[in-house]
Design a protein around this ligand. Structure first.
Ligand code: NI
Length: 396
């Protein structure tokens, strides 16, 4: 049985996967600068004897073709970049790169996918078709490595009929995964707002146009986009994390600058919301005698899992892990550039549990204390290989 063979190989390579993850964790690199990471991936693929090519700078695309007869092609994707965060974990494989950390688990995605590549390569006589493995740079910053790789043809020559990816989550336990059909992750847009007034002495507000008060109104009123204008069944988030009014106790500043994030689960609503936010903010500013520049930098789109592929993955995962270890993922207001793939072909992005309450592993993604329970590799390497092989055999 193929499942047992995969499980056996996965157990055999567990220590190697852990070692690879720890190397990557100790040597994190920022988006579009993953030079050592790409070289590491290439050297590991060379050791196994898997063909690869580079793409979009630091991207690596490996190809594994089964020896049985089939023209079917599927793609698997792992992202490889780290974040500008100073690691607080005291572990032997702590980041050696000051101020850079794999705080989003992309080290785990990459190491796990190298393990999956090894398993698939070992089983070439058992399957037909081609698995394209995409090691993708720069998930963490706009415009996202996925959009560049798509532009550079990663989904062509040969074109995969589907693409599958996973993301670690400390909020579900290692040993489990979670998958959700349909809309799964949010679109994400960056907001840059400058509110202009006329500064002056704090004791004479009538002689100034106070941009701080205008900004306060704007921030409060904009929440109505979320609470009054948005359909309650369509999740929406608007958060301003940076507000700078650089006056003083008795000085009203000339302007206030703020930055925020807007997230939604519906592309049409997303566009409407942009218009409404600009209208509300500029309208308020003008009505109070000031002005407002409201710039929106469009980020990643809504991530929509193909329902049929998500159902397939759920069934394969239940088969591989047991029903009790396959959960339904909740909608997630984080954004992912994997969403670009979901716009181009059948795609499914699922969640890999890496949390462990007993071991106290629960710090959130993007935090300096983020860590994973490496036991999750007992699941992830083999499961991804099993999903790939089952999906290659599948007619739909
Ligand atoms: Ni991530």
């Amino acid at each position: 049985m193929i499942k047992e063979r995969i499980q056996k190989i996965s157990t055999d390579i567990f220590d190697t996967v852990v070692a690879n993850r720890r190397y990557l964790h100790a040597n994190p690199e920022l988006s579009f600068k993953e030079y050592k990471t790409a070289a590491f991936i290439q050297s590991k693929l060379n050791e196994i004897g898997i063909q690869w090519k580079t793409m979009s700078g630091t991207g690596v695309v490996a190809t594994i073709k089964g020896n049985l007869d089939s023209e079917k092609v599927i793609a698997l994707r792992a992202d490889i970049d780290a974040l500008p965060i100073r690691e607080m974990n005291e572990v032997s494989y702590k980041s050696t790169c000051e101020g850079v950390m794999h705080a989003c688990g992309h080290d785990a995605h990459t190491a796990s996918m190298l393990g999956t590549a090894f398993i698939l390569d070992s089983l070439k006589d058992e399957f037909g078709g081609t698995v394209k493995i995409i090691f993708q740079p720069a998930e963490e910053i706009l415009p996202g490595g996925a959009s560049l790789m798509i532009k550079d043809g990663v989904l062509e020559n040969p074109a995969p009929s589907c693409i599958i990816g996973q993301h670690v989550s400390p909020f579900i336990e290692a040993g489990t995964i979670a998958v959700r059909p349909g809309k799964f992750m949010a679109s994400m847009d960056e907001l840059f707002v400058t509110v202009k007034g006329k500064g002056g002495h704090g004791a004479q507000p009538h002689q100034n146009i106070d941009p701080v008060v205008i900004t306060a109104q704007i921030i409060t009123s904009l929440q109505q986009v979320v609470s009054r204008i948005s359909n309650p069944f369509s999740p929406t988030v608007l958060s301003f994390g940076k507000v700078i009014a650089n006056g003083a106790i008795n000085i009203i500043p000339d302007e206030v600058y703020m930055e925020g994030t807007f997230r939604a689960m519906d592309e049409q609503w997303r566009d409407q919301a942009h218009e409404r936010m600009i209208k509300i903010a500029t309208g308020i500013a003008e009505s109070m005698g000031g002005s407002c520049e409201f710039k929106i930098s469009k980020g990643y789109p809504v991530l929509v899992n193909n329902p049929r592929l998500a159902e397939n993955i759920k069934v394969f995962a239940e088969d591989y892990l047991g029903n009790q270890n396959v959960l339904e993922a909740e909608k997630w207001m984080a954004a992912e550039d994997f969403a670009y793939y979901t716009q181009k072909t059948d795609a499914c992005f699922f969640v890999l549990g890496v949390g462990n309450k007993q071991k106290n592993i629960s710090a959130p993604l993007h935090s300096p204390n983020f860590s994973i329970d490496e036991q999750a590799f007992n699941v992830s390497t083999g499961l991804m290989a099993y999903i790939a092989l089952q999906q290659l055999k599948n007619q739909v």
